[in-house]
Design a protein around this ligand. Structure first.
Ligand code: NOJ
Length: 743
């Protein structure tokens, strides 16, 4: 009984009924909402819970807004149309409730930033926050008040096209950067006229789709769910994310849009989320093909009971909710609370006071400042994977610019770009023509686009390389090859790009490869033909100048991999924070060393692939610089950490080169024995450290037992006593090591 009362009171708090515990501002808001709710008919309440995709601004749609049948649109982006629809809602609908207008502004509206996976490579929350801020300012100018980002799906499978939209494979990194993105979109306050509401998605597990096939089933057991997949969502909710979106997948048989454990128990009761939850596009109706609902009425009942506040597109709520309430199958209290959640976000956005766009206000879209912010983001997002004394280039060298991505303004922007414009995108070629005018170059695209298989211009590529001091080959993926519903089973460089690279290398000239892609590609087979590799996840509007800044040493690469780069697609899933297994790899035999008709043997009895071993091509956190950094003097303030206490880990980093640079120092821990098996390493901190040539700095990380807490065997979250390893270093596979004990 006591438990029930506690649960009930938590439930009330989370639904905003316990106003005295909130600030005066919140109390005022709750009163406003409750007063409004009293005036609303059931039809209007259901209308608030209904989101439609924008079609034409027709009379019939206006009539529906006028009748209070629609709470939100997605995809209106013309400010004049937004104003007109808001006018109808505010002046003509029964209770004058403004609309909330959503759009997928995933990495910029007009000024396009690197795709989220690229932004994650910056390991810089400020870069991510700045990008989201610019996106919010440009969106609000169009009347967009809500974006469907950040996507915080942990992604450990590069075949999955939507890895592009993710912040990588690590829950800690995704949590820190996801919170930063929320801060950027929502600004200091949601009511600021330049803020938009964030929507953390997809709740939950979508990134673990079987085989990387989009929309597929996931099977994430409870400890993994708690310790890995939920973590970034909780961080984003703590950062104040206004809304959340459910995912398409079923996890262990339960589709996310019908999962009350996730939506009520975790999100509302544990995390105290008081914004609203929207289903993904038709994800409610899709519970029918999932085999979880028998018809559309069943869908509405399941989702309403699970805790979906707003339905995206499939309109089962308007069709059946009233009937379900009358039949006692959905509670009126739940529906009132769902409407409260939606109205709360509208109120916080200031829409009740001013839902309109000021179309006369000077536009900040594509401002110098926005473009510069995007350029800096693209610089910090690029990862130098290989450099055998070719980079940086000298401005006196003649270069041969080759390949389909050297001048691909559309593709360079990446996936989920509805509003960015080719004409505003600066490609590397364009940057050569405008900013880097003194460079002597010859340009041979050879392939028109990444999938182009026409080899007839290969000779031209060779001639160009022969005529130059260095060949710079721009390869990668078109933007349409990643993103939603764009999974691939082969993630080598597509088409004949590898062959092109070989042809260029055959000239004997030094070859720099610049890749722009939506995912970590399997490039091991290409590495022998590249003296240097600069990897960019589609870098956005200012990718061209950013890449040239890096190639010419005006900027020094500092990006680090937010995902493991596998050698072969067959190694997937491979991620740094895996469990050790009972048989961790020790001795890896070579395939060719196995004798013909070898007698039955277990070859060392450990966990690896005969043909590709157990190591990735590049580990999580990897990335080179033109500077050289040396780590020394790792020291812990104590090696005995009391439960509830914290320790400081210090390390000295020296830039031993003659080039100024920035290193991302990473702290990892391993909990050696746990009530459940703990990963071999877990990222617990990172810092970008700028060091002048020759400079040394001692940096500090603070680790508390809270940082070591995890959901253990008894399904509570706490740190456990015992031995820990700690590393600080330049990537997840390399670092100085210390030990401590939690007492
Ligand atoms: C489906 C996608 O899964 C989701 O991420 C997106 O926000 C919605 N469509 C709206 O476009």
């Amino acid at each position: 009984m006591k438990k029930l009362l506690i649960a009930l009171s938590l439930f009330c708090v989370s639904f905003g009924l316990n106003a005295q515990q909130k600030s005066t501002e919140d109390a005022k808001m709750e009163k406003f909402i409750n007063d409004l709710l009293k005036k609303m008919t059931l039809d209007e309440k259901i209308g608030q819970m209904n989101q439609l995709n924008w079609g034409d601004i027709s009379d019939s749609i206006k009539t529906r807004v006028r009748n209070g049948e629609i709470g939100s649109f997605l995809n209106i982006y013309d400010p004049v149309q937004v104003n007109e629809m808001q006018r109808v809602a505010i002046e003509e609908s029964p209770n004058k409730i403004p609309l909330i207008i959503g759009r997928d502004v995933i990495h910029g509206l007009k000024t396009i930033f690197p795709i989220p996976l690229g932004q994650a490579a910056s390991f810089n929350p400020q870069v991510v926050e700045n990008g989201a801020r610019v996106a919010a300012i440009e969106s609000r100018e169009k009347g967009i008040t809500w974006t469907f980002a950040p996507m915080l799906d942990i992604s450990r499978d590069a075949r999955w096209g939507r890895i592009a939209e993710s912040l990588g494979e690590d829950p800690y990194l995704a949590g820190e950067l996801g919170a930063a993105m929320v801060r950027g979109f929502q600004g200091k306050s949601l009511s600021d006229p330049t803020s938009i509401a964030a929507c953390v998605k997809h709740f939950i597990g979508y990134g673990a789709a079987e085989g990387g096939r989009d929309y597929n089933t996931t099977n994430i057991p409870i400890h993994l769910l708690r310790n890995v997949y939920l973590h970034p969502f909780q961080k984003a909710v703590e950062a104040g994310a206004a809304t959340l979106m459910t995912s398409f997948n079923d996890n262990d048989g339960i589709p996310a849009s019908g999962n009350g454990f996730l939506l009520k128990d975790i999100l509302r009761n544990e995390w105290k989320f008081d914004g609203f939850v929207v289903s993904d596009w038709e994800s409610m109706r899709e519970m029918i093909p999932h085999g979880f609902a028998k018809d559309r009425k069943d869908v509405a009942m399941i989702s309403a009971n699970a805790g979906i506040d707003m339905e995206m597109v499939s309109e089962t709520y308007p069709d059946y909710l009233k009937e379900l309430i009358n039949e006692g199958k959905v509670s009126m209290t739940d529906v009132d609370n769902y409407v409260r959640n939606i109205l709360r976000v509208k109120y916080r956005l200031g829409l009740f006071t001013n839902p309109y766009v000021d179309t006369k206000k000077a536009s900040a879209t594509y401002s110098k400042e926005h473009l510069q912010t995007a350029r800096e983001a693209a610089i910090q997002s690029a990862i130098l994977l290989k450099n055998e004394n070719v980079l940086p280039l000298k401005e006196t060298q003649k270069i041969a610019v080759i390949g389909p991505m050297a001048d691909a303004p559309h593709d360079q922007m990446g996936t989920w770009v509805f509003d960015g414009e080719k004409a505003h995108t600066v490609t590397p070629l364009k940057a050569l023509q405008t900013e880097y005018k003194n460079i002597n170059y010859v340009y041979e695209p050879v392939l028109k686009y990444s999938r182009d298989k026409n080899t007839s211009d290969f000779e031209k590529a060779k001639k160009a390389a022969e005529s130059a001091d260095v060949a710079v080959v721009f390869l990668g993926e078109e933007s349409i090859l990643s993103g939603e519903a764009h999974s691939l089973s082969n993630i080598n460089l597509i088409g004949v790009q590898s062959e092109l690279l070989k042809a260029v290398k055959s000239t004997g000239k030094p070859v720099v490869v610049v890749i722009m892609a939506g995912r970590p590609l399997t490039i091991e087979r290409d590495l022998p033909y590249a003296d240097a590799v600069l990897y960019n996840f589609h870098p956005g509007t200012m990718g061209g100048p950013a890449i040239l800044d890096l190639l010419y040493g005006k900027a020094n690469p500092s990006g680090k991999l937010p995902v493991t780069f596998v050698r072969e697609v067959g190694q997937i899933p491979m991620y740094y924070n895996h469990n050790n297994t009972g048989r961790p790899p020790q001795w890896i035999p070579k395939l060719e060393d196995i004798a013909i008709e070898a007698p039955q043997t277990s070859l060392g009895n450990t966990s690896f692939y005969l043909d590709s071993g157990d190591k990735p091509l590049y580990p999580f956190g990897y990335g080179l610089s033109y500077s050289k950094f040396e780590y020394s003097n790792l020291a812990l303030s104590t090696t005995e950490l009391a439960m509830g206490g914290s320790l400081t880990a210090k390390v000295t980093i020296k830039n031993t080169s003659n080039v100024d640079g920035t290193e991302v120092a990473q702290l990892y821990v391993r909990d050696l024995v746990g009530s459940i098996v703990r990963p071999v390493k877990e990222l617990k901190g990172f810092q970008r450290v700028s060091l002048k040539a020759g400079e040394s700095k001692t940096i500090e990380f603070k680790i508390s037992t809270d940082d070591l807490a995890f959901w253990g065997r008894d399904l509570t979250k706490k740190a456990e006593q015992g031995d820990f390893d700690l590393w600080i270093g330049t990537n997840s596979a390399d670092g100085l090591k210390a030990k401590f004990v939690v007492k």
